[in-house]
Design a binder for this molecule. Structure first.
Ligand code: ADP
Length: 303
């Protein structure tokens, strides 16, 4: 059983010949819309792997919020702790993509930026029973800190995906069992430029010294690097696939990894599983809709 506490935003995406300059309007298309946000994507990935998932977030009282609720119900995510905020709009990501697949994105967190300590405390019964609590930084730091504290109180392991990077009190890291930055976030957290296994080890040691027992740095198609103390770490190589759209790869990895850890797999096996879920997700367009289902994962791992 997994509790995900974090963001939901609707992805509003359009392709254009080039990204608009300040003051410019560019005619583009087609327009695509779909569920997104790191919390929602990771919840979707984990539930599709077969986990029992509760998602704690806030939605606005608007058409996007209603669509979101329908998405999570369809996916069989427990929506009991999703709040409807009367004063805020549902989060939205305004995504422009050019012909080279370069993008520029404005994320308006809206309601999901307002998840409060009170919202987290209301979900205490679920958190207490969870095998894993999965967090990101795409909401208020207040909600993240409250989630870490409450999980620690009940001895529930926390995975913190520190994305997107925001400043927070490093003091919470002693109560984080697994931290999963990508290269950029690892750089922002430690000041070490991470590009490969070697630099990942230097950054991982710094995070380990802050109190996280299991440091996992995702390295794009190279895979993910694990450090759990001592001299060396190890690279768990990624799977080779035809990548079409790598947005949401990190979310797929985290959802898959959380599912595998919650199912009792070893960290190494859980990382292989996370790499597999992420590799399958990059073969499809979109974020939440691109998450693979259990039968696809089983089939892929057989070969
Ligand atoms: P983010 O999406 O947060 O930038 P990464 O780029 O590090 O994160 O990707 C997360 C994980 O997704 C990687 O550890 C790897 O398992 C998988 N992945 C990413 N890109 C590819 C790719 N092109 N081919 C196969 N797997 C990939």
């Amino acid at each position: 059983k997994i509790v995900v506490i974090g963001s939901y935003v609707v992805d509003l995406m359009s392709r254009a010949p080039h990204l608009p300059k300040p003051g410019e309007t560019v005619l583009g298309g087609p327009f695509k819309m779909g569920p997104g946000g790191k919390g929602g994507n990771q919840a979707t990935a984990a539930v599709r792997c077969g986990s029992n998932v509760t998602f704690v977030t806030r939605l606005g009282d608007d058409v996007f919020g209603r669509e979101a609720l329908e998405h999570f119900r369809r996916e069989r995510v427990n929506t009991q702790y999703i709040k409807h905020d009367k004063d805020e709009a549902t989060g939205a990501a305004l995504i422009s993509v050019d012909q080279q697949s370069e993008n520029s994105i404005v994320v308006a967190l809206g309601a999901c930026g307002k998840i409060s300590e009170g919202d987290v405390l209301e979900a205490e019964a679920e958190i207490k029973e969870a095998d894993i609590v999965l967090l990101q930084l795409e909401t208020s730091i207040e909600a993240v800190v409250a989630s870490v504290r409450l999980s620690a109180k009940h001895g529930v392991p926390v995975i913190l995906n520190p994305a997107p990077f925001q400043k927070f009190s490093k003091e919470i890291l002693k109560d984080v069992s697994y931290i999963t930055p990508n290269e950029t976030e690892a750089h922002e957290l430690t000041g070490v430029e991470v590009i490969d296994e070697h630099s990942a080890l230097i950054a991982a040691k710094k995070l380990y010294e802050l109190g996280v027992k299991n440091v996992i740095i995702t390295l794009g198609k190279q895979g993910a690097f694990l450090y759990t103390g001592g001299e060396k770490g190890k690279l768990i190589p990624g799977f080779t696939v035809d990548a079409i759209d790598t947005t949401g790869a990190g979310d797929a990895f985290n959802g898959g990894f959380a599912h595998a850890v919650a199912s009792g797999k070893s960290i190494t096996d859980a990382m292989i599983f996370g790499n597999c879920v992420a590799a399958l997700s990059v073969t499809k367009i979109g974020t939440a809709p691109a998450m693979p289902i259990k039968t696809e994962i089983d089939e892929f791992l057989k070969h």
